[in-house]
Each structure stands twice: as C-alpha cells, then as structure tokens.
Design a binder for this molecule. Structure first.
Ligand SMILES: [Fe+2]
Length: 230
C-alpha cells in the first residue's frame, strides 16, 4: 500500500510509475514509439533558461512547440529539461570554436568563427503539466556534411534515460528560407540526405524527425512530439 501510494505520487510528478517492477504487472491502455535518437554532436555547451533563444541573431523566426511524452503510457511528462541548440543562418554555432569541413572529403580543413562567450540559438526550459515547452528560435542554416537541423536533448528525473536527437526542417521550407535575407549569401544547402553524415541516406529517419511546420507571421510555427523511455 505504501509502495502503491509512492508510485502514484511519483507517477503524478513524472508521468510513470517509479518502481520498474510494476511495469511488468500493468499493461497500459496505449503506448507510443520512442523517438529515434541521433548523435549529440560536438556543440552542446551551457545554455540559458529562456524561451526566446535567438540572442539577437538574424534569421527567419520559428516558434517551436515541443511536447514530451512517456512512451510507455503515451502521457505528458512534467518537469523535463528540454534543451535546444542550432547554428545560425551562416552555419555558425554559438559558444564554440567553429570548424570548417572540406566539401569533398568532409574532413576538418580549418577553423571558422570563434564564438566562445556568446549564447545565441541555445536555451533550455522545463516542461509544463502538458509536457510542453515553447521556444522562439530561427530556422537553422546549413554547414558542410549536414542537412539543416535543430539539436534537442531531453533530461528527466533519476531512472530516466536522457534522449539526444536532431529535428529536421521540411525541404520545401528550407529552400524558400535559404533564398533570401540573412541566409542568401550562404546559398542553398548542397547536402542531400544521401550525403548527410548522420542519417546516411535513410529517408525514414529524416521523415520521422522532421518538424511539422506552417507559416506564421514573418516566419513559421512548428510542432514536434518526443516520446522518452525510462
Ligand atoms: Fe549540428
């Protein structure tokens, strides 16, 4: 009885039963597929707690709403740290020594901008009772070897496994955005799914991790649901 109460309390807080052994005794009415994990990459650094992560960087705005679900129950999880980071319109990340990759060999060929001490296009928040956070960021530009993407890391309590993945931009929107404004001088993204160093030609991965987007004001509104496992 005590264990049951504790389980109920913790289930209320974290959206799932605390005791792993209970999982084998209870079949949930529904479950949802755990979100695919992709590499964290080399550019995760400290980030501020904030919803508007743009930090003054020019770009096309993206209001990005993310919802975190417990994949076992397919229910919202409150209090999960959700962190995002992405490059700017020119393919530059904040707070790192950016690296130049050779287009042909995709080997490191030099150094780009040193942005250490800045924090544009990075931020984290904690999910509300609906498992949601909302960020205001920019559509990311591109850099050698990759399709445009937004890195996401979700970290929940104790027994949960942190989840790192990357979210992609619909290809038609990418082409429109890269044709003008802060993106124009960098040009269209020459990297295809086949040449992307992480997804390596796997269209299904890209489809599963592409943000649903629609136009909103001068930019876009996007939604994505992340299902985590304990
Ligand atoms: Fe990246």
């Amino acid at each position: 009885m005590i264990a049951g109460s504790l389980g109920a309390i913790l289930a209320g807080k974290f959206g799932r039963l605390y005791a792993a052994s209970n999982d084998g005794l209870f079949v949930p009415p529904q479950s949802c597929k755990e979100t695919l994990r992709l590499t964290q990459g080399p550019y995760l650094t400290e980030s501020p707690l904030r919803s508007d992560v743009r930090g003054g960087r020019e770009g096309v705005p993206l209001r990005l709403r993310l919802q975190v679900l417990d994949h076992y129950y397919c229910s919202p999880v409150e209090g999960v740290l959700v962190e995002i980071w992405s490059c700017d319109a020119q393919g530059i990340y904040s707070n790192v020594q950016n690296i130049i990759f050779d287009y042909e060999t995709t080997e490191r060929s030099g150094f780009a901008e040193d942005t250490r001490g800045t924090d544009f296009l990075r931020g984290h928040q904690f999910t509300d009772a609906n498992g949601e956070v909302e960020f205001l960021t920019n559509i990311p530009g591109w850099y050698a070897g990759r399709l445009p993407h937004i890195h996401v890391r979700t970290v929940a309590a104790r027994e949960w496994t942190a989840l790192d993945t990357q979210l992609f931009i619909p290809r038609d929107i990418e082409r429109r955005v890269f044709a003008s404004g802060a993106y124009a001088s960098h040009g269209q993204n020459p990297w295809t799914i086949e040449r992307d160093l992480v997804v390596k030609g796997n269209q299904e991965i890209v489809d599963e991790l592409t943000i649903s987007m629609e136009e909103e004001g001068e930019g876009f509104a996007g939604d994505f649901t992340i299902a985590m496992t304990g």
